[in-house]
Design a protein around this ligand. Structure first.
Ligand code: ADP
Ligand code: MG
Length: 257
């Protein structure tokens, strides 16, 4: 199983949106995928089409000593999703205490999941710094950091690098810009600046700002079927193909292009 942690140092930049979209696209290409919500916000299953916010999930399973992965759901697009589940302040304190004492808890739990060869695991996380993001980065084969087209994301770039080097020395994240409005010169300049500093570590497929995304969420619909010809559907396909051909190509000896 190839494991990707989706992280960012700034909030609201599209981590969950990208996790859900990439998971749906992987399933559409016939690749087994599990989307794991490691964010107490617990919204990933909703983005993947659930009618209601999940009560069950990995946190309630942990608290009741059930096996990890028991509460995974499969949606109509063949995407398996393990929600975080409902939490409260006390349950989060208990869980976070456990995560602090066992930095490899998530990694070990994932190792027990029986998934077909060639499958993908996408882990959604809260923004850095976060004990959840840290566990996901420890477990991941690849860290995909999401950047917004603003100076804040640029200024927070070192925070992502430092966070990853602390839990996985020698590893470097790869980056994707989300929410680009190419008609705005400042954003295009910023993208060019990032390209020259990050080079091959920045996806050549920025994801444009597109109303098709919130519209799909509001309609609980799959973006690819609701707006297959939208710019953003094209961008997301480009990003996935780039990942499968490059950063995520070398696992289980499989080729995806
Ligand atoms: N490319 C995009 N175009 C338009 N809206 C977007 C795009 N990406 C994300 N959004 C919207 O931005 C908001 C934050 O996205 P979300 O994925 O929840 O961010 P995060 O998980 O990083 O907090 C959501 O309302 C989402 O629909
Ligand atoms: Mg999120």
């Amino acid at each position: 199983m190839f494991k990707i942690a989706i992280v960012s140092a700034a909030g609201g930049v599209g981590r969950s949106t990208l996790t859900a979209s990439l998971a749906t696209l992987l399933a559409q290409r016939g690749i087994s995928v599990l989307a794991l919500d490691f964010d107490p916000e617990n919204l990933l299953s909703t983005l993947l089409g659930s009618d209601e916010v999940s009560l069950g999930g990995l946190l309630p399973d942990f608290l009741t000593r059930k096996a990890f992965g028991m509460s995974a759901l499969v949606n109509s697009n063949e995407v398996a999703c393990l929600p975080f589940g409902r939490s409260n302040e006390a349950s989060l304190v208990t869980f976070e205490q456990h995560l602090r004492t066992e930095p490899e808890w998530l990694k070990k739990c994932i190792a027990q999941i029986d998934y077909p060869p060639g499958a993908f695991l996408l882990m959604d996380t809260p923004r850095l710094p976060s004990i959840y993001a840290r566990q996901a980065m420890v477990a991941a084969d690849l860290v995909l950091a999401v950047l917004a087209p603003d100076v804040r994301s640029l200024a927070l770039l070192p925070a992502v690098e430092v966070a990853l080097s602390r839990c996985a020395p020698g590893h470097q994240p790869i980056y994707v810009m989300n929410g680009l409005d190419s008609t705005r010169a400042l954003q295009s300049d910023l993208l060019a600046q990032l390209r020259s500093s990050l080079q091959l570590r920045l996806s050549p497929h920025p994801i444009h700002r597109d109303e098709a995304i919130p519209r799909a969420v509001a309609n609980q619909a799959n973006l690819q079927s609701l707006s297959p010809d939208s710019l953003v559907a094209h961008d997301l396909n480009g990003l996935l193909s780039w990942l499968l051909a490059g950063p995520a190509s070398s696992h289980d000896g499989r080729t995806y292009i």
